[in-house]
Write a protein that binds this ligand. Sequence first.
Ligand SMILES: NC(=O)c1ccc[n+]([C@@H]2O[C@H](COP(=O)([O-])OP(=O)(O)OC[C@H]3O[C@@H](n4cnc5c(N)ncnc54)[C@H](O)[C@@H]3O)[C@@H](O)[C@H]2O)c1
Ligand SMILES: CC(C)[C@H](C(=O)O)[C@@H](O)C(=O)O
Ligand SMILES: [Mg+2]
Length: 365
Amino acid sequence: MPGGDNSVRVAVMPGDGIGREVTEATLAVLDVLVRRHGLGVAFETLEAGAFCYRDTGTAMSEETFRRAEAADAILLGAMGWPGIRYADGTEIAPQLDLRFRLGLYAGVRPIRAIPGLPTVLADPRAAGIDLVILRESTEGLFFSRDRGTVTAEAAEETLRITRGTTERLARFSFRLAEQRAAARGRRGVVTLVDKANVFRAFAFMRSIFDGVAKEFPGVESRSHYVDAMALDLVRRPWEFDVLPTENMFGDILSDLAAGLIGGMGFAPSADIGDGHAVFQPSHGTAPDIAGQGIANPTAMLLSAAMMLDWLGGRGAGGAWQEAARALEAAVDGAFAAGLRTRDVGGKDGTAAVVAEVLRMINEMP
Ligand SMILES: NC(=O)c1ccc[n+]([C@@H]2O[C@H](COP(=O)([O-])OP(=O)(O)OC[C@H]3O[C@@H](n4cnc5c(N)ncnc54)[C@H](O)[C@@H]3O)[C@@H](O)[C@H]2O)c1
Ligand SMILES: CC(C)[C@H](C(=O)O)[C@@H](O)C(=O)O
Ligand SMILES: [Mg+2]
């Protein structure tokens, strides 16, 4: 827990591919922002990921894990590379180890339309998209990682839902809905996304959510089947608020929802537990555009804003939350002023985003 404005330590894991490019861009912006807001922070860069695995034989060493664990927050680019795999054939993904080992059960993935940016939906209400997919990030189907069995005839994986984690996720959902409702001046709505019509694990999950909902009478509690949610996220996404869901469902729906607001380059995320948190964009290492200077760093900038906000809420001080708001406003301001990245049909690359966001920050009173 940060003890004051001069004692915050952030472990930075750039990772692979465009993870490194958007991390460099984000650090350039943070460097100016923290000085303007008088925040004391030390960044320590740590190597982990697919190329680290290829070069050293380990995706994330124990020493690296311990240093990350000891930091107040972890800021991560993206990890993984299609051709680099563990012996079992799966891809290198030490970010999953961070989630499991640090108990980061709440995968907070906000989806907000950037004012003025066109979305793929023709309906003008799409400008009001402002929801959060709350992806449980330590169990569900991902519990099965390293546990699945494969024979010549069949492969099996196990989906696990526990009472303790589900209760924590439910409370996190309702509290988040309360905070969002207070900030927006309307009632909060939590919509659990599940498949309780077919699987006992989801009926169990739903019964736990229903129980916790009673502790939060001010928040409306609903549920929706995941297949219907895939439909409604395209058909009427502006109607949703907080969407807690199982790990794999959340992984899939968060990419789908990012597609509604311009793509992965606009989708930030935070994996939050009771004692630690990792802030990273929802996107991956984008091998198709890596090395060209055209990755959109917005998702990571917005993830960094989530980090500043979280650190402020944990005792680092209100100035951190002010810096978070300033960073979000600078991103919005840059796009409102005409910034257009490649993923939304423009010509602006990574450096142009940094320059425009910094211009906005420097113009702030
Ligand atoms: N959190 C993570 O670290 C994370 C998340 C997803 C995928 N991955 C890994 O990344 C690698 C590539 O996976 P993928 O291609 O399926 O997903 P991806 O998210 O890297 O890319 C999907 C699409 O979105 C585009 N895109 C992603 N981020 C962008 C950005 N910031 N700006 C502009 N366009 C962007 C890519 O060009 C691509 O067309 C794989 O090894 C995968 O395992 C890592
Ligand atoms: C790369 C992969 C391990 C990761 C996940 O499945 O969680 C990614 O898709 C994500 O959304 O963060
Ligand atoms: Mg994903």
